[in-house]
Design a protein around this ligand. Structure first.
Ligand code: PGA
Length: 248
């Protein structure tokens, strides 16, 4: 069974609500395709206007983060029910920037992944090594540990619908894309790890993206690799170039 590609934009802390509407109106015709799932993960305050602007198009609006509790005294956080109430179906979990600047750990990532599934939201689970780890030769060990903890207590049926984003930290926002062979090597190891945790069918079904300086000229080669099912795109998702990436 062929996996459908999924190309997601990660807007990070960019775009005011009015800028978001403008960008979606610009990109709407450029990303129109049935061949891939197209998701824009946007800042929380942009979600509702982005949903409105994307209405009638193939663009799905996702979130960049959510909390792992249902509700309550967690000032500043956004709950899963707040997301589902407005129709959000995807949420990025454990982006390396959240791990680095907001103290997220493999354990909180696991809690968030479980909570997302509980609410029927598809998590885009991020993993990725630092440059030091790559140079030390521990990339695959490190990623396997991130994946194993992120998927603790997640059922096979849930895991089949999950998305994993492999994003080497040294490639994020640096203009230094991993080579397609480097990306394929790790994505294939992630799929093997899912196969060990669950089974062959789950490994075959789960979608694995590459992220880190993906642009219009690198997308085609990356997405042609057998274990790369699309991309998580930061900088280039804010430009008309995103249309070229989606239509690689
Ligand atoms: P980048 O970001 O494409 O700007 O490198 C990717 C990401 O962090 O998801």
């Amino acid at each position: 069974m062929a996996r459908k590609k999924i190309i997601a934009g990660n807007w990070k802390m960019n775009m005011t609500p009015s800028e978001a509407v403008e960008l979606i109106n610009t990109l709407k015709p450029l990303v129109a395709t049935e061949k891939a799932d197209v998701v824009f993960c946007v800042p929380a305050i942009d979600i509702i206007p982005a949903m409105e602007a994307a209405k009638g198009s193939n663009i799905q609006i996702g979130a960049e983060n959510m909390y792992f509790e249902e509700k309550g005294a967690y000032t500043g956080e956004i709950s899963p029910a707040m997301l589902t109430d407005v129709g959000v179906k995807y949420v990025i979990i454990g982006h390396s920037e959240r791990r680095e600047y907001f103290a997220e750990t493999d354990e909180t990532v696991n809690k968030k992944v479980l909570k997302a599934f509980e609410h029927g939201i598809t998590p885009i689970v991020c993993c990725g090594e630092t440059l030091t780890q790559r140079e030390q030769g521990v990339t695959i060990d490190f990623i396997r540990q991130q994946i194993k903890i992120a998927f603790l207590n997640v059922t096979a049926d849930q895991a089949k619908t999950a998305v994993i984003a492999y994003e080497p930290i040294w490639a994020i926002g640096t203009g230094k894309t991993a080579t397609s062979d480097q990306a394929q090597e790790v994505c294939s190891a992630i799929r093997a790890c899912i196969g060990e945790i669950y089974d062959e069918a789950t490994a075959e079904a789960i979608r694995i993206q590459y992220g880190g300086s993906v642009n219009a000229s690198t997308a085609a080669e990356l997405f042609a690799k057998p274990d790369i099912d699309g991309g998580l795109v930061g900088g280039a998702a804010l430009k008309p170039d995103f249309g070229k990436i989606v239509n690689y």
